[in-house]
Design a protein around this ligand. Structure first.
Ligand code: NAD
Ligand code: MG
Length: 400
């Protein structure tokens, strides 16, 4: 893309969520030259109307079709078109933006992210689940269309920034930092009784409900290991995780000579979004500066794989390859929804994911199929994994 002075055509997928809000807040605070083509949301029509009145996109799209009339009424007389449904979101993603923020939560983000990738746009990727479901296909489609995928997830943004392109073959390890989540110091009995409210109360970051639960189980780090492996072409055994409760060091790259480069910042998603927006330039904006002396000390520890088995489950999914990462992701989405619905306990989340992977492995449905269409494949795998996961979750629910 050209210099930052040229107005940039932008689409924000998932504009009403935590990352969507951070994106619009960054535009507001930086005065970045943007022309917003589309804003999209799942169900939060009130917030979408508010955002559309402020930003005046060409179109505002709500996934929930029952809310279309409310959206139309809220935008009447503004010239902003109102649309609804999953296919309207895909159309918004493919409107021909220069830059698309992919910030829908879950595998629901896959189709619109791919639609955007096919246009050759720069994809600022927060929606890690789409990479986990169909990483190689998504990256190949973006590349073939002349676009790129720039990670927004703070760990991957960190690695992206310290990875020297001409030295990528000399990387010996990627080290992802993890806050450890709200249950870092809890014993297993307390974790077994944890409520959704306790799981969502993240110590450092304010995020959507699903990723907050993922941080509590550490499946977030599992998803991120797969995300890192795909994005940077690094095999599973070279992706490490270290707990760093202050979330100041966002991740590290260790090179063959032992030199290790880190990227630091305050726990705020706007700097990684700014990086993805301006790359390889830098967006000037009044970001909160890092005051290391105020932290006093930064601490580190190894993850406890007994209390947080999700890290090993993700490693195993990466080793199994084929459909395993997509199955793991779908099972996790089903299990997290059941936990938030109080149908299963906190420790049942990881157990349900492991149970779904085992069941599908024994059915022989984890290996890659002959279907040439990797995307259609990922969608089919997602649907069948959700069916099996629902059964596994129902068993846990009955067993409580
Ligand atoms: P969120 O729940 O706050 O927001 C999700 C957005 O997606 C909302 O706009 C919602 O309306 C929309 N949405 C939900 N379901 C939809 C559907 N079926 N179809 C269309 N739109 C739908 O989530 P978030 O915390 O902003 O996270 C978004 C993504 O970014 C996730 O993949 C998450 O893992 C990733 N991420 C978030 C953070 C963070 O700090 N919040 C950090 C790193 C990565
Ligand atoms: Mg992250």
């Amino acid at each position: 893309m050209g210099p930052l002075t040229n107005p940039r055509k932008v689409v924000v997928l998932g504009s009403t969520g935590s990352i969507g809000l951070s994106t619009l807040s960054l535009f507001e605070e930086s005065g970045a030259p943007v022309e917003i083509l589309a804003l999209t949301a799942g169900r939060n029509v009130e917030r979408l109307i508010e955002q559309a009145l402020r930003w005046r996109p060409q179109v505002a799209v709500i996934e929930d079709e029952t809310k279309l009339q409310q959206l139309k009424d809220g935008l009447a007389g503004t010239g902003v078109r109102a649309a609804a449904g999953a296919s309207a979101i895909n159309e918004a993603a493919a409107m021909g933006a220069d830059w698309v923020m992919s910030a829908i939560v879950g595998a629901a983000g896959l189709a619109p992210t791919l639609a955007a990738a096919r246009t050759g746009a720069v994809i600022a990727l927060a929606n890690k689940e789409s990479l986990v479901c169909a990483g190689p296909a998504l990256l190949a489609i973006a590349k073939a269309a002349g676009g790129s995928v720039i990670p927004v997830d703070s760990e991957h943004s960190a690695i992206f920034q310290v990875l020297q392109p001409d030295c990528a073959h000399r990387v010996s390890r990627l080290i992802l930092t993890a806050s450890g989540g709200p249950f870092r110091t809890w014993d297993k009995a307390a974790m077994a009784a944890a409520t959704p409210e306790q799981a969502i109360a993240h110590p450092n970051w304010s995020m959507g409900a699903k990723i907050s639960v993922d941080s509590a189980t550490m499946m977030n780090k599992g998803l991120e290991m797969i995300e890192a492996s795909y994005l940077f072409g690094t095999p599973e055994d070279r992706v490490n995780v270290v707990i760093h409760p202050q979330s100041v060091i966002h991740s590290l790259v260790e090179y063959a000579d032992g030199s290790t480069l880190a990227q630091l910042g305050a726990p705020d998603m706007r700097p990684p979004i700014a990086c993805a927006f301006a790359w390889p330039d830098r967006l000037p904006w009044p970001a909160k500066r890092l005051d290391l002396a105020a932290y006093g000390q930064l601490t580190f520890e190894s993850p406890d794989l007994d209390r947080f088995p999700s890290i090993e489950i993700a490693r195993e999914a990466l080793r199994l390859a084929g459909a395993a990462p997509a199955v793991m992701n779908a099972a996790n989405e089903v299990a997290v929804a059941a936990f938030l619905d109080r149908r299963i306990g906190f420790l049942d989340i990881a157990a349900s994911v492991a149970g779904t992977l085992e069941r599908m492995n024994s059915l022989g449905t984890l290996s890659a199929t002959d279907n040439d269409d990797a995307v259609e494949n990922a969608m089919m795998i997602d649907a069948s994994a959700r069916r099996i996961a629902a059964e596994v979750v129902a068993q846990k629910h009955r067993g409580r």
